[in-house]
Structure formats: structure tokens, C-alpha cells
Design a binder for this molecule. Structure first.
Ligand code: CU
Length: 148
């Protein structure tokens, strides 16, 4: 009888551990800068960020004259595009897994691009194809960000 009760207690303890909730969603920050910590001009910092599905990212208008918007063809299938206005801080919630390529509209050709990886990177090949179509330094930096 006592042995049975001990077993039942052990099993209920295991059930509690198994039911532990997923970690709470996080809010990350990406700064929009005229000059990055490494001296590069017109950057998102960090330019590459890995987060979990359900997390959100705040694009902070640290310097003026920038925005953050997803690039057509560079988000996972079924994901919602996002577009902030110039000088506007936006918070974007990422529910769908995959890679998201984004840009600052005025400075795309100067290389102001970034990548958010939400969970897996299953759509990497598609983004690499699209990156090759970007102008100027945007193409160069995006290709490097997607290299793995
Ligand atoms: Cu910009």
C-alpha cells in the first residue's frame, strides 16, 4: 500500500515536470544606426538575430532617417509582411518560423539590410535567390548574412 502511494507520488511529480510551460516570449531590440559599432555606415544592429517563434522585435529609431520593412519574396510562406514609416519605432511579432530579410528603404543600396531567424532556416535557399537581385551593397551584405 505504501509502495503504491510512493509510486503514485513519483508519477505525479513527473507529470508536473512534463507540463512545465514554454519560456515566455521575449522582446528583442534592433537599433537603426547611421554608423554601427564596427564602423560600417547605415546599419541595423545587430544585423542578424535568432529568436524563437512568438518573440517580437522592436526596431528602435536611434538615428533619424531610417525605417524597417520586410523585403518582398524574403519572408516565409504565409508570414505577414511588415513596414515601418521613416523615423518610426515599430514592434513586430514573429509567429511563423523561417528567415525574414528586411531593409531600410532609403538605404537599401548602401547596405542597410538585416535578417531575423525565427526558429529554423528552412527557406534559406529562396532568400539567397532573392538576395542576388538586391542593389549595391545591399546585395553584398544580405548574401553574407544568409551565408549560414
Ligand atoms: Cu536607413
Amino acid at each position: 500500500m505504501i509502495r503504491t502511494m510512493k509510486l503514485a507520488l513519483a508519477m505525479s511529480t513527473l507529470a508536473l515536470v512534463g507540463a512545465a510551460p514554454a519560456p515566455a516570449p521575449k522582446q528583442w531590440q534592433v537599433q537603426m544606426l547611421n554608423k554601427g559599432p564596427d564602423g560600417q555606415l547605415m546599419v541595423f544592429s545587430p544585423a542578424k538575430l535568432a529568436i524563437a517563434p512568438g518573440d517580437s522585435v522592436k526596431f528602435v529609431a536611434t538615428d533619424k532617417g531610417h525605417n524597417a520593412e520586410s523585403i518582398v519574396g524574403m519572408i516565409p510562406a504565409g508570414a505577414t509582411p511588415f513596414k515601418g514609416a521613416i523615423n518610426q519605432e515599430i514592434v513586430v511579432k514573429f509567429d511563423r518560423a523561417g528567415l525574414y530579410g528586411y531593409k531600410c528603404l532609403p538605404h537599401l543600396g548602401l547596405g542597410m539590410v538585416g535578417v531575423i531567424q525565427v526558429g529554423n532556416a528552412a527557406n534559406r535557399a529562396q532568400l539567397q535567390t532573392e538576395a542576388a537581385k538586391l542593389p549595391g551593397i545591399g546585395k553584398k551584405r544580405m548574401t553574407a548574412l544568409l551565408a549560414g
